[in-house]
Ligand binder design. Sequence first.
Ligand SMILES: O=P(O)(O)OC[C@@H](O)[C@@H](O)c1c[nH]c2ccccc12
Length: 343
Amino acid sequence: MCIHSFPLIQAKLDENAENALKVKEWEVGMFQNEMAVSQRIKIRRRSPTEPPTHYVGPFEFQLQNGGNTPRNILEEIVWNKDVEVTKMKERMPLSVLKKAIENAPPTRDFIGALKAAHFGTKLTGLIAEVKKASPSKGVLRENFDPIAKAYEKGGAACLSVLTDEKYFQGGFKNLEAIRKAGIQCPLLCKEFIIDAWQIYYARTKGADAVLLIAAILPDLDIKHMTKICKMLNMAALVEVHDEREMDRVLEIEGIELIDINNRNLETFKVDINNTKKLLEGERGQVIHQKDIIVVGESALFTPDDIAYVQDAGIKAVLVGESIVKQDEPGKAISGLFGKDISL
Ligand SMILES: O=P(O)(O)OC[C@@H](O)[C@@H](O)c1c[nH]c2ccccc12
């Protein structure tokens, strides 16, 4: 007589298997936190929960609670993203995404577009950002039609499209709509990537590049995700904010594109000098030797700001607020650069 004839025993076996899986998932989470701490990443990947009720592992893990409220807005966004992506993965398994990618139109060359723009105008290439709102500034612009076309007409080499809905009122529907509206320039999916699944998902929605944030992702994740981007013919824009993050990213093989964020994503404080600071001295030499393109982003409002970061060695800028807020984005771009940059 087989085991299935004893439903109570089978139910107990199923419960044990489920508990074992919960324990394993919790331990993996703890090890992820340990790896992040070892790289001085302050953002915790997910809310530190109590060990599973049946946990019998090392005692020191049971002391890891450390408070389960986010320490800043970035950590809150990441914890929310963890829940959001888990639900999306259940609805849309990776196998379905991979199948969809087989029939997707080819990607556009994000890095090539930035190089061509810089070569054409000798100015920094522009990545114009489609951003409705932000946690620090609230709603910046009510409607987007047809801001993407105006950006492209005004000389943007690429577009950055916020896809986070809860904190930036963005969405993948915007990315798809811009792609379907016939925009030719490459699109960056501006998202809080915490799981490689999101890269495949962005590819199915028309993205040519994704953002990888060093303040969130350990080195191994950045390396692994950069390889996935290459495999999908996408660009990986790796965001850094301070010397420590820059030094970490410069040690990772295969990095082609780094963006220096003048905004601290934990405090939203901005300092344009951050760009110059991270490009000086040996760091600047390593970047040049590795032929890495560096993008300057955040708090860029005037031709002097553009000239300042360009003199510091920036080859492209990513700009949102100072152009997205204006009635005529095309004119806003000319105002930002002090000249018409449409080729
Ligand atoms: O609106 P600004 O100050 O021009 O900044 C644009 C962009 O740099 C900013 O939106 C940004 C930088 N890094 C991010 C990461 C996630 C969301 C948004 C961002």
